[in-house]
Ligand binder design. Structure first.
Ligand code: DGT
Ligand code: CA
Ligand code: CA
Ligand code: ZN
Length: 590
């Protein structure tokens, strides 16, 4: 993790702590602002920390905060913060992780009812005490009970977007070691799953007897390691500062492919592969693919294949199966028949069709957004700010939208090399009505219709609501169709098969929102959509700098859904996209 990010997290946490302690709200706001500024800072804060003046020159950073930044860069901590945090019970801080519980509410719980742990909170819900606290009605207590249950059922799995940076940091360290020939992350992370139980790291060295112990030692002493759970020469497990377990395996470079195949899994795919080997008088294990009668204990016995995954697939008469597909969901027979999909790649994406600007809750101007999209080599970008129902996100009323459309058209004329579409992310109201009239929608080049409110409505209502949106002639894309947040909020649970069928019939695309909190549609639903002939969109829902980088998470999800470029509207050529944008309207309203 970059120092910018670490400091942004530190300041954001401090803002919460100060709010919990009932500190002056200007101080709280200063920390919040500093966290935001550092999160978006283009320069490396370490490069600025040599000179207080350079830091103070950053908007939102005063002298006091500048000194704290320097202290953090130099020592990795801020002494005053550590002192302040001690004033809050640990259990109260842990409760911050529960969705819907902010510092203000928690301060009330703590000060007025001595709720300092999850156990005490649950007890207060049970006895009804919680309902008697200020601003806590029956409804809000019910909602809280639900989100506690959801958070508990999520267990210890970590979001893909949280685990990947940790794994990349570990890999960088491993690859910098002289003895290391190869290093990769394996397991569910390599398969691109939306949540990760633990991070599996595989390292190949020329001679494990000589160098495995040193590699393992370096792994256990990385900066991000909090605890060492188990330490051996070739197997080590640690807990990192993100409360994420990471397992290291060190193997001989000769057997790296076999180990990578095994530790990438899934377990179900491994079993299917092993059975295939047995049927062909071979044996597959984490050390290699062997003749059935080979004496594997004898060091002189050579495997049939072991060095690369590709060698092993080949000797099993299979085409190479990409990691994201290794779930025993039909990939082996497709690899045998030569019918594996040509999976979509990051570089296939040529357009961003869901992005926000300062007109609603984004940080970019239209031009900044267009330039960021252009820098990625996109031919098209859509400006899709929020509609009026999203008052908290500064959603546009119809009058402001009309002016905004004009601004987008002006920017499109001014900036060459990219087409800027005038769009909107229109709220799908709880009954499925659009937040703008059809007359207004018809003036937009692109309409993303998304559910934001009433996300716990019953399944039948949710199905009806989303069907109505899909059947609207002006809606091109259903944005984050269920509104779920991974590990936080279940979201809508509509009859997906019905929605997919309607989407296929009307030519409406279903979005895989690439933000790692969302990944909505999820992999299995996206695969069902493809099989039913519906189109997908992969959008980042960008709100500012860095957000377009989330695209990779959406691509992983799409690859798990066996998606090819042709299934995804963001991969269309400019001409094909243009045609698609008018087709549904022409068909339905002429
Ligand atoms: P996770 O960590 O829960 O998100 O999921 P994975 O898939 O990373 O699972 P993990 O970390 O327990 O093990 C990594 C890989 O090692 C797994 O994908 C396949 C392989 N593996 C682990 N246990 C078994 C097993 O009992 N049988 C077989 N065939 N393979 C296993
Ligand atoms: Ca794992
Ligand atoms: Ca593991
Ligand atoms: Zn959005």
């Amino acid at each position: 993790m970059s120092t910018n990010r670490k400091l942004a997290d530190e300041f954001a946490r401090m803002a919460d702590v100060l709010e919990l302690l009932g500190e002056n709200r200007f101080r709280v706001a200063a920390y919040q602002r500093a966290a935001r500024v550092l999160g978006e800072l283009a320069e490396n804060v370490e490069d600025l920390a040599g000179d207080t003046n350079d830091l103070v020159a950053i908007e939102g950073i005063g002298k006091g905060l500048a000194e704290k930044i320097i202290e953090f860069v130099e020592t990795g901590r801020i002494a005053e913060h550590a002192q302040t945090i001690k004033k809050v019970p640990k259990g109260v801080l842990e409760l911050m992780a529960i969705p819907g519980l902010g510092p203000k509410t928690l301060a009330t719980f703590w000060k007025q009812a001595d709720i300092t742990s999850l156990k005490k909170l649950k007890a207060a819900i049970k006895t009804g005490e919680l309902e008697t606290l200020p601003r806590m009605g029956k409804k809000s207590v019910e909602k809280l009970a639900k989100s506690i249950a959801f958070a508990e059922s999520a267990g210890d799995r970590v979001r893909l977007g949280e685990a990947l940076p940790v794994a990349l940091e570990i890999l960088e360290k491993m690859r910098s070691l002289k003895a290391v020939v190869k290093a990769d992350y394996a397991g569910s992370l390599r398969r691109g799953k939306e949540t990760i139980g633990d991070v599996d790291i595989l390292v190949g060295v020329a001679d494990p007897e000589k160098s495995a112990a040193a590699v393992s030692k370096a792994f256990a002493s990385m900066d991000c390691v909090q605890d060492v759970i188990a330490a051996g020469a070739t197997k080590t497990s640690v807990r990192t500062d993100k409360n994420l377990q990471a397992d290291l395996r060190v193997v001989s470079a000769d057997q790296y492919g076999a180990a990578l195949l095994y530790f990438t899994g899934s377990k179900e795919n491994n079993v299917a592969m092993r059975e295939r080997a047995i049927r062909r008088d071979l044996r597959l294990n984490e050390y290699g693919l062997w003749k059935a009668d080979a004496d594997m204990k004898n060091p002189r016995t050579h495997p049939v294949a072991a060095r690369t995954e590709a060698d092993i697939f080949k000797k099993l008469d299979l085409a190479y199966i990409e990691p994201e597909m290794r779930e025993d969901r039909g990939e082996l027979s497709a690899a045998e028949d030569g019918t594996l999909p040509d999976l979509i790649k990051l570089s296939d994406i040529k357009a961003e069709l869901h992005a926000h600007t300062v007109a609603s809750d984004g940080l970019w101007s239209i031009e900044e957004l267009a330039n960021a999209a252009k820098a990625r080599g996109f031919h098209t970008v859509a400006v899709t700010d929020h509609s009026r129902a999203q008052a908290v996100a500064n959603g546009l009323d119809e009058k402001r939208l009309i002016r905004h459309i004009e601004d987008v058209r002006a920017a499109d004329k001014k900036i060459s090399g990219i087409r800027i579409l005038a769009g909107s992310e229109v709220d799908i109201l709880s009954d499925g009505k659009m937040d703008y009239s059809d007359k207004i929608l018809s003036q937009l080049d692109l309409v993303v219709a998304s559910p934001h409110m009433a996300l716990s409505q019953d399944d039948a209502k949710a199905t009806k609501r989303l069907l109505r949106a899909i059947e609207n002639p002006y809606v091109h894309i259903i944005g984050h169709p269920t509104g779920r947040l991974i590990n936080r909020r279940a979201g809508l649970q509509p009859d997906m098969a019905k929605l997919i069928q309607a989407a296929a019939e009307t030519g409406t695309a279903l979005e895989i929102n690439a933000h790692h909190w969302r990944l909505d549609l999820r992999d299995t639903h996206a695969r069902a959509a493809i099989e039913a002939g519906a189109l997908l969109a992969i959008n980042t829902d960008a709100h500012g700098p860095g957000d377009l980088d989330h695209l990779g998470f959406g691509i992983l999800t799409a690859r798990r859904a066996w998606a090819e470029a042709k299934h995804v509207v963001n991969c269309f050529t400019a001409a094909k996209l243009k045609k698609w944008l008018t087709a549904k309207r022409q068909k339905m309203v002429g």
